[in-house]
Design a protein around this ligand. Structure first.
Ligand SMILES: [Zn+2]
Ligand SMILES: [Zn+2]
Ligand SMILES: [Zn+2]
Length: 98
């Protein structure tokens, strides 16, 4: 494993996750309830949703349940994740930019 890749990947994602943990409000709140931290991005709605709203909105109808969704990037919480990074036991889901 490339050391540089490891360090960059691990650091950027982990630092922000830790900061996130101790700080309120969340960097990107759910587009629906605006209080919970968004964790998934719905491509069909173009919206970031928390786990609760994702279930409520997409469980409401058969059509909505077909919406393609992706987890949000662990580092920027702004873009849908494009790749998954694994360093030992540490896992990060990152967007194409991070
Ligand atoms: Zn919500
Ligand atoms: Zn949707
Ligand atoms: Zn990102």
């Amino acid at each position: 494993m490339c050391w540089l890749m490891n360090a960059v990947c691990h650091h950027s994602a982990h630092a922000i996750i830790m900061a996130d943990h101790h700080q309120l409000p969340p960097p990107f709140a759910c587009s629906n309830c605006v209080t919970e931290r968004a964790i998934v991005f719905c491509f069909a709605d173009g919206a970031r949703l928390c786990l609760h709203c994702d279930g409520a909105l997409h469980g409401a109808s058969a059509l909505a349940s077909l919406h393609r969704r992706a987890p949000l990037c662990d580092a920027c919480h702004a873009a849908p994740a494009a790749l998954r990074c694994q360093i030992g036991a540490q896992r990060a889901t990152l967007c194409a930019d991070c």
